[in-house]
Design a protein around this ligand. Sequence first.
Ligand code: TTP
Ligand code: MN
Ligand code: MN
Ligand code: MN
Length: 383
Amino acid sequence: EEHVELTKAHYTSRYACLRPCPLVCPNQQLVQQLGIIRRSRELEGKDVNALSYDRTISLLKAYPYRLTSSKLPEVSTLPGIGEKMISKISEYVKHGRIRESETIAASARFKSLSEFTTIYGIGASTARKLFDTFGLRTMADLEEHYASRPASPTHHQRGERKLNTPAPVLSIPAALELRTDLDEKIPRAEVGLMHDIVMAELGKLRSGCLSTIVGGYRRGKAESNDVDIVITHPTLVSGSDQVKGLGELLVNRLYERGLITHVMHLSGFQPANALRTSHWDTLEKALTVFILPPDNSRSRRIHRRLDLIFAAPEAYWTAITGWTGSKMFERDLRLWAKVERGLKFDSTGITRRRDSKPYFPRSEKEVFDLLGLEWIDPTMRNA
Ligand code: TTP
Ligand code: MN
Ligand code: MN
Ligand code: MN
């Protein structure tokens, strides 16, 4: 794969998909401090403001120099960084900290809302309701609250087409029980092991399937929050029920083997709240809880989040690009395609906007070529 020399045009681009960006940047501490404010805006439902922090953070992550006062003029001209952001960044450069970040991080409300939203099925608005209306503050409060009420479906589970599987849905009480497991990060070796086990089971159902581990793992993260795998088979006919059928077959098998313990049914699901979640697509997917088979060398079996994405062969490479991330990279990939190229990009494919002509890339390099983008290695897509 070709090596691209980093120029000012790269890190000053308004599109994250044009900014090569490593996992760890020279201004990691500043990024972390702004991330606290971003998270707080998100938790308070101020999504538009959170997005402007997202954009600033993404630009700073790709900025290749350590920020000092002499660099402030250049940073001030980065696209889309407004006055308020500049003043926060200046404050950090001057004092080595941001007062608002410290205030937020120390606040009881932020601590509770952050903790509550680590539970699968509890989003920002539910967390606020639990805090404001029910007066809950701690995990113990949360446990007590949910122990006294019947398991109701989470917001993820309403109005969705259900995968045909007997695996139980992960309710909030179940997610609470599994929280110490699900909070634990997954080392790279275990991601690989999980992938191999899943594909071995799939191979027993159908030989010749292809798969790629995507998500943060593909971007080089040492530890992941979940495992994301894109799966296809060369003979699958798109638009038929075959893709969904393969997904159901695999999930059922993994459940029967005791490898999947829960499923969050998210097949072809499009949430109503499109602003922050516009990366969602209509591919067949199963968001699940997985557990490795018993093994004497492991003292404890840990529940892990496993996302399986099923694509027809024509959509395989766009699915891989669309699920590798980062989220800001994906967001700007779609924006770039639309605004600059007259194309529609999502994980299901690339089409020309004016006449809906579809394209069928046969590699990820072809995806980039079709979109008129310089190649960026997955490990440099962390903007
Ligand atoms: P995540 O698994 O949420 O995030 P990540 O893999 O980058 O990091 P980690 O799991 O370690 O926290 O999302 C992976 C990619 O999948 C991300 O680029 C967004 C994309 N995605 C979709 O395209 N559609 C979806 O429905 C979801 C949930 C994610
Ligand atoms: Mn949620
Ligand atoms: Mn992931
Ligand atoms: Mn995932």
